[in-house]
Ligand binder design. Structure first.
Ligand SMILES: Cc1ncc(COP(=O)(O)O)c(C=O)c1O
Length: 555
């Protein structure tokens, strides 16, 4: 059970910063501590300081305890087992006082910030000069570092520290937890997260993945150390060029291709537009487009067909509840004049996996594109085209550039350097045994979607679109549905009011699927779409089912 102690004295900017810090799920506890002595001003959640006795939390009690304790506070760094700077529980000074878990944690957080401040001072001040006049050794280390008494013995000192202090944010991640501490003038704001929730993950699903830490670090390091133009002979440029080339190698390897067969670019949408402009079409060519496509996969072809007078043939689907890309229907559409077939591997609405191997037998050869942000990478996309069709692609490059690779032909300037060079970090995530890693990911995702689908399939007001089974060979974990008698967006808003789950409603750029195949009248309101990935937990899914159940019952 969560316990909360609260003080009405906390300024607005502090409470809004705290609420910003707690906007992602997995928050176990929050603390607001005094910047002066680490005393607890407010605590919430699992690790919160329990109120005294059986009495309910009481503002004046919490405030008076802060006052009372500040005189008797022993600075945390003085004791190996941190004492409590303060609590809403009035300690009995006659018996030895046992701090609660929250109090002990608060003391440690205070010690953590104090030593970080010392570290920051020793970084920012020249050797032999320091904040407190103590001696520095030849390594610049301050004698008596860790003895917090000198830092906390009065308001004057505290405000001096505030001017000097350069610590803006502290983040500590362990296997099980992540703690974020933001020092303010008078307060320390702390949020303890369960590490099962990756950083920045706002929900049990958006249809893009959270970015791997290693990718974030790689991009930061690139921008910090090697952010120069590629292709020059000086050392930093050589480093950048090599990093970019490694990115292309890894990206190609990820799909069993060669670097010259792929092109990386801003988005799938953009890459397909580039390809559509560069492909050499003949009058009378036909393009077959699936109605199940995300518009990224249709728009470029519709546009070029319009401009060049080509024929678009729509590959439709007959079952509005479970539309599929049926190879038999494709066979009816394909002809000698077919130049291109565009269909999804898995629809971003339905989640159902399309049997692309079967389709490839009919189509033979086709370019493929996907976005790295769907697989834990940065916002960058990749296009593959077999070398067998490279001669059908004109170059969009400058006249003096080569044309030996797909990248040279299709990229306008270049893909984003820092993103490309971070791709090896994504690929590493699945190594050493890529198939085994994907199998583990898929197995976990099957468990997760099973929980949601069991609930949705069992509710007679709900229509699930696409594959109703959770089988990982048949669907990926993106689940769309409507609820009879309510707007999709209304349901989303009601869930948001009651919980921190984040998902959305609408057509999600599969406008033709929602309007022409599923046949919803209000396409903008569309379906409710919930998606999840392997880093989500079964507990999150059962929690979500509970909220959905409650919300649907009230709508
Ligand atoms: C199936 C599918 N295709 C294409 C796209 C578009 O990708 P991009 O944003 O890289 O253009 C998306 C994006 O959500 C998608 O889900």
């Amino acid at each position: 059970m969560a316990h909360t102690t609260a003080s009405s004295q906390i300024p607005q900017h502090v409470t809004s910063l705290l609420s910003h810090l707690t906007s992602r799920p997995g928050v176990q506890s929050t603390f607001i501590l005094s910047r002066k002595d680490g005393s607890i001003i407010q605590s919430t959640g699992l690790l919160a300081t329990k109120p005294a006795g059986n009495s309910s939390p009481n503002v004046s009690q919490a405030d008076s305890t802060v006052e009372e304790e500040s005189e008797a506070t022993m600075t945390p760094a003085e004791s190996p087992t941190p004492p409590t700077p303060s609590s809403a529980t009035t300690p009995n000074r006659q018996t030895s006082y046992q701090p609660s878990q929250g109090e002990a944690l608060a003391a440690r957080i205070f010690a953590f910030v104090s030593s970080a401040s010392d570290l920051s001072l020793s970084l920012s001040r020249p050797l032999n000069e320091n904040a407190h006049g103590s001696k520095t050794d030849s390594n610049g280390l301050q004698e008596g570092l860790g003895n917090g008494t000198s830092r906390d013995d009065g308001d004057g000192e505290a405000s001096e520290r505030e001017d000097d202090d350069e610590v803006k944010l502290l983040r500590l991640r362990t296997k099980k937890h992540e703690i974020v501490v933001v020092p303010d003038k008078k307060y320390l704001l702390c949020v303890v997260h369960d590490a099962a929730h990756p950083t920045g993950n706002t929900s049990a699903g958006l249809r893009s993945s959270q970015v791997l830490d290693t990718v974030i670090e790689s991009i930061t390091s690139y921008l910090t150390n090697t952010n120069v133009q590629l292709g020059a002979t000086y050392k930093t440029s050589k480093l950048s060029t090599a990093g970019f080339a490694n990115g292309y190698e890894a990206a190609a390897k990820f799909i069993n291709a060669k670097p010259e067969e792929i092109c990386l670019g801003v988005s799938t949408t953009q890459l397909l537009h580039n390809l559509s402009t560069a492909l050499k079409f003949q009058p009378g060519d036909e393009l077959i487009l699936s109605k199940l496509n995300h518009e990224a996969n249709s728009a470029a072809w519709v546009r070029i067909a319009d401009r060049l007078g080509l024929e678009v043939k729509w590959w439709s689907a007959s079952n509005p509840q479970n539309p599929v890309c049926d190879p038999n229907d494709l066979k009816q559409l394909i002809s000698e004049k077919t130049r291109l077939v565009a269909c999804p591997h898995a629809s971003n609405i339905l989640g159902s996996i399309v049997d692309v191997k079967e389709i490839a037998k009919i189509v033979h050869q086709y370019p493929r594109a996907f976005s790295w942000y769907k697989v834990y990478g940065p916002h960058i996309a990749q296009l593959y085209a077999s070398p067998r069709i490279h001669d059908q692609i004109d170059t969009l490059g400058h006249f003096f550039k080569g044309t030996e690779t797909l990248d040279l032909k299709l990229n306008l300037a270049s893909a984003n350097y820092e993103h490309v060079q971070s791709i090896p970090r994504v690929v590493e995530y699945f190594e050493p045994d890529v198939s085994a890693s994907w199998e583990k990911v898929a197995a976990q995702e099957e468990r997760l979607q099973q929980i949601i689908l069991d609930f949705l399939n069992g509710n007679d007001r709900v229509t699930v679109y696409g594959e109703r089974s959770a089988d990982r060979n048949l669907r990926v974990p993106v689940i769309s549905f409507t609820v009879r008698g309510t707007k999709s967006q209304r349901l989303v808003e009601e869930v948001e009011k009651r919980s921190a789950y984040g998902f959305r409603s609408g057509h999600m750029y599969s406008h033709r699927l929602i309007k022409d195949i599923i046949g919803l009248e209000d396409v903008e309101d569309g379906v409710v779409r919930i998606s999840m990935l392997h880093y989500n937990t079964e507990e999150e899914m059962t929690g979500l089912v509970k909220v959905l159940e409650e919300v649907i019952a009230t709508l």
